[in-house]
Design a binder for this molecule. Structure first.
Ligand code: P6P
Length: 340
């Protein structure tokens, strides 16, 4: 009934601002602060979209001579995206602190009365910028647990995946989309560049139960755990397509529309996995579960993985529910060979 009412209430083409306002009453704390926070993120996304679209013209392509906390070379646009997102959240006033992939520690915005903290991957897949491939911003929002009026603490960011109040991504591609959830389904908004506004374009997105595509870097195949190798062998026997863009947001988004699974296992190069739990895996797992998909590290749902460090990494398998369930069977039988 609620989905019907929702479909009747807000048609495709509704402006993001109006959509947020209409759904505000669904938020546990409907004071308008979370709505404003979502608007702040959307604003930063519009600014980033403009800079990404003209990157080749204003010499912001290529690598900076800095490295992020993970030792990864920072692209010029990584730094710009980081600055833009932090500035938008600071000026918006609702976020008391931010954690991003690009900075080692907590960034305090000075908004000590802000009720929310935000974890960000400001520009995921940025090494693809030079070759004009889609990239994305990933965000995750928590209500602070530390006292209002004080500086945020590590505890605010280590509440665990199921404490997220909102999560989403902005995909800068052939068109730019803002996709997010506040726990009542997943909706997508397309940026109309001529108006500088996001408009509702895809309502209540759902992963197809099954798909025929898998996304993984098979260059590491020899290092993959046996369960992954046997799963991939099975995909090939079924002649599934390997679609791997090298941008998690783009692969995730395509798999949500077409059906598919994304796999990034732990390998010797990344013994804990490559992807970061707080600002990549948790937010996309929240979206996946809200869109009838599934996300896991092979042992438990991603959203249930305990977190004790802001840059903690984990193995990541996310996508169509039946594909993830099939993968989990491989883990199960590998751990219980007597049952295979
Ligand atoms: P590899 C980008 O650096 C990223 O975090 C994801 O967006 C992407 O899926 C993955 O890493 C690519 O990693 O090792 O295949 O180059």
């Amino acid at each position: 009934m609620k989905e019907l009412m929702d479909a009747l209430a807000l048609p495709v083409g509704t402006a993001l601002d109006r959509f947020i306002k209409r759904h505000e009453k669904e938020f546990t704390y409907a004071s308008g602060e979370l709505s404003q926070l979502l608007r702040d993120i959307a604003l930063a996304g519009k600014i980033l979209n403009r800079e990404i679209n003209r990157a080749g013209l204003i010499d912001i392509i290529g690598a900076d001579d800095e490295r992020n906390p993970h030792g990864e070379v920072q692209q010029k646009l990584d730094v710009i995206a980081n600055i833009r997102m932090i500035r938008a959240l600071t000026n918006g006033g609702e976020a008391c602190a931010v954690v991003t992939e690009e900075d080692e520690g907590i960034i305090h915005t000075g908004n000590v009365n802000g009720n929310y903290v935000v974890a960000l991957d400001p520009l995921d897949g940025s090494s693809n910028i030079d070759v004009n491939v889609s990239v994305g911003t990933i965000f995750s929002i928590y209500r602070r647990v530390s006292p209002v009026g004080t500086e945020a603490t590590l505890e605010d960011f280590l509440q665990g995946g199921r404490a997220q109040v909102a999560a989403g991504y902005i995909l800068y591609g052939s068109s730019s989309l803002l996709v997010y959830t506040t726990g009542n389904g997943v909706n997508a908004f397309t940026l109309e560049n001529s108006l500088g506004e996001f408009f509702l374009s895809h309502k209540r997105l759902k992963f197809p139960q099954l798909g025929e595509q898998y996304s993984t870097n098979e260059g590491y195949y020899n290092s993959f755990p046996t369960q992954i190798k046997s799963y991939l062998t099975n995909c090939k026997l079924k002649e599934f397509s390997n679609r791997y863009i090298g941008s998690l947001v783009a692969d995730f988004h395509r798999n949500m529309f077409k059906g598919g699974i994304y796999l990034y296992p732990q390998i010797p190069k990344y013994p804990e996995g490559k992807l970061r739990l707080l600002y990549e895996c948790y937010p996309l797992a929240f979206i996946a579960e809200q869109a009838n998909g599934m996300a896991t590290n092979g042992v438990q749902p991603t959203l249930d993985i305990p977190i004790d460090a802001i840059h903690q990494k984990c193995p990541y398998y996310v996508g169509s529910k039946d594909m993830v369930k099939n993968l989990l069977q491989n883990f199960y039988f590998a751990n219980n060979p007597q049952l295979a």
